[in-house]
Design a protein around this ligand. Structure first.
Ligand code: F0G
Length: 373
């Protein structure tokens, strides 16, 4: 797989911002398997005794950048449930709803899918240290995978705005914490405080490669039937970029024949939202998120904290639970169905008979505040 700029298409180093300011990404190389063969191989790996294939990311290795096997660091990420939810469907006002619960990953968030690839690539390249700016989940995932890889980890976080559980994870896994007065954006603008460390934020193209496997997980769990909508919360907008890449590649490979529509749900209160995980003011992947919304006939909406916390309570009542940011998905579906949402009049964007997947990005124990039942 080769690197290219996601904005101008020029050849690019997968770890470097392009001269045009665009972010690097990998271009899918030739895949020798036909769609049926690829599905079969991945399914066989799921039940094999090969430790690497206990990972729901590395089972897709043909579609990932080649990394020397001895450098791969996995915690068995990517095996997450797709929970059908009749109660959630009623709450949101659609016929069919399921939650892809990426909070059921080793460190409790979707970040593990990307981090296994980014940390493995850093290790393969001979890096000694990694760094990220984070609202908490990226940093706790980085800390765990870096510890497994024997790399030093530096987490730059906004002081007073990261949940205790996430800080506890970072400390437990031995990361160095650098607290910045300000927001996530200020933390991001201070990445250069740590010299010589590989940046593992989602501007690192390896992260996107791992996270794109969430699209494959949705499709595989549904027997390769494409939902009408996939709805997810947005912060720095790496995840929508990754999901879009996964679905595009699934179509390109003939695994599916059409794309789902995408709905991106961001916090109306921006950097001041209670959903601290998505408290981002200036998302770094804005251009590629806009591209995804164009390609997937998508919509974007801002949702208030009250609606987020009410949706979180609903997911909790179902015995599932998630962190506040994740509940933005369900709140967003409900708003897109309602006459009077805070959606700026996008009434009935999602049809009542829609078949919808809501992506839950983080586990309930990640951020235990914000209960509104
Ligand atoms: N949900 C949760 C639980 C998150 O932690 C994040 C991002 C998102 C959604 C949004 O994903 O940034 O790819 O659009 N958390 C980052 C972090 C900012 O530092 O952990 P995104």
């Amino acid at each position: 797989m080769n690197g290219r700029c996601s904005d101008c298409g020029a050849d690019a180093d997968p770890l470097a911002i392009c001269a045009c300011g665009g972010l690097p990404e990998f271009a899918l190389g030739p895949v020798r398997l036909d769609p049926a063969g690829l599905r079969r191989v991945v399914r066989e790996r799921r039940i094999s005794y090969e430790p690497l294939f206990a990972s729901g990311v590395w089972r897709w290795q043909e579609l990932l950048p080649a990394i020397d096997r001895s450098a791969i660091v996995s915690l068995g990420e990517g095996n997450v449930p797709l929970y059908p939810s009749a109660a959630g469907a009623r709450y949101a006002g659609v016929d069919r709803l399921a939650y892809l619960h990426l909070g059921m990953n080793p460190t409790g968030s979707f970040k593990d899918l990307g981090m296994t690839v980014a940390i493995s690539a850093a290790k393969a390249s001979g890096a000694r240290a990694v760094v990220c700016a984070s609202t908490g989940n990226t940093a706790s995932s980085m800390a765990a995978y870096a510890a497994r890889a024997g790399l030093d980890a530096y987490a730059i976080v906004p002081r007073g705005r990261v949940s205790d559980a996430k800080l506890a994870q970072m400390r437990e896994y031995g990361a160095q914490l650098i607290e910045i007065d300000g927001s996530f954006d200020d933390a991001f603008n201070n990445l250069q405080l740590v010299e010589g460390a590989a940046v593992v934020n989602s501007v690192n193209a390896y992260r996107i490669e791992g996270q794109k496997c969430a699209a494959f997980a949705i499709l595989e769990a549904r027997g390769w039937s494409v939902p009408d909508w996939v709805v997810l919360p947005g912060g720095n907008l790496g995840n929508i970029s990754a999901l879009a890449k996964g679905f595009r590649e699934a179509k390109q490979l003939g695994l599916i024949e059409k794309l789902p529509r995408l709905a991106l749900v961001r916090a109306a209160r921006g950097v001041d939202t209670e959903a601290s995980a998505i408290a981002v003011g200036a998302p770094r992947s804005l251009n590629r998120a806009h591209q995804a919304l164009r390609d997937f006939d998508g919509v974007q909406l801002r949702i208030g904290d009250d609606a987020i916390l009410a949706a979180k309570a609903q997911i909790g009542r179902e015995g599932i639970g998630c962190e506040p940011a994740s509940a933005a998905s369900l709140a967003g579906i409900r708003a897109l169905r309602q006459a009077q949402g805070d959606t700026g009049g996008q009434r009935d964007t999602i049809a009542p008979d829609a078949d919808v997947v809501a992506v839950l990005t983080g586990h309930i124990l990640k951020d235990a505040r914000g209960h509104a039942a």
